[in-house]
Design a protein around this ligand. Structure first.
Ligand code: 13P
Length: 247
């Protein structure tokens, strides 16, 4: 049984004043007895401060993206080394919003995942089908292609995390049937084995897309779901704590 990872992706939300939510999260977690790993991925501008807020508490901080190179002439980009230097220990790569807004391909995502490993932080590689792909019955073939080509090759499964986020479920309030999540996650696990990933059973497979306190327990109860990647409901400590309580 893998220890669940409950990760919050704040996306492009949060100012210094939002750190009060991080403080509330520390307070809330100290009052419960949770056997999960907790992570928040704030915007890059808040990583440093959030690391300070979480100092001494078992809550990790991550980035939302990184450049494939360690440094260089890439105006506006942030490298995995820079994220690590601020105290972050994870980084999301290949989120569907980056694939869509910035044209990131599987190859780009794989390079970013390798950059994270080079910098000594854990990549969370995101994959997921669009609504059109789902309606065309292509979900599993899309996921198979994405996972085979986005994960860092030749790396043991306990070195990275995979997040399955159906694009149509992100920020919409729509969630797949539990049986569909089960099918997708079982497929991903067997695909990792099929392509020969060492320790394929140690890859934490997160589900993301409209996870809320009200549906967290059901989703996290699916056998091969090893955690959640949470967007909107991670912005408020009370909601995020409600999701953690469902794990
Ligand atoms: P929501 O939880 O807001 O649907 O976002 C999911 C997501 O994209 C997390 O990375």
């Amino acid at each position: 049984m893998l220890k669940p990872l409950i990760a919050g992706n704040w996306k492009m939300n949060g100012l210094k004043s939002s750190l009060t939510e991080a403080e509330l999260l520390v307070e809330g977690l100290s009052q419960g007895n949770y056997s999960v790993d907790v992570l928040i991925c704030p915007p890059a501008t808040l990583i440093d401060r959030m690391v300070s807020v979480f100092d001494g508490n078992a809550i990790s901080v991550g980035g939302q993206d990184c450049h494939a190179n360690a440094s260089g002439a890439h105006t506006g980009d942030v490298s995995a080394e820079m994220i690590s230097d601020m105290g972050a220990t994870f980084v999301i790569v290949g989120h569907s919003e980056r694939r869509t807004d910035h044209g990131e391909t599987n190859a780009v995502v794989r390079d970013k995942a390798e950059a994270a490993l080079r910098a000594g932080i854990t990549p969370i590689v995101c994959i997921g089908e669009t609504l059109a792909q789902r309606e065309a019955g292509e979900t599993l073939s899309v996921l198979g292609d994405q996972i085979a080509n986005s994960i860092p090759p030749g790396v043991a499964g306990d070195q990275y995390v995979v997040a399955y986020e159906p694009v149509w479920a992100i920020g919409t309030g729509l969630v797949p049937e539990t049986s569909d999540i089960n099918t997708a996650h079982n497929f991903l696990r067997s695909k990792l084995q099929e392509i020969g990933v060492e320790n394929a059973d140690k890859v934490r497979l997160l589900y993301g897309g409209s996870v809320k306190p009200s549906n967290a327990a059901e989703i996290l109860g699916v056998a091969e779901v090893n955690g959640a990647l949470v967007g909107g409901a991670s912005l408020k400590a009370a909601d995020f704590l409600g999701i953690i309580a469902g794990a």
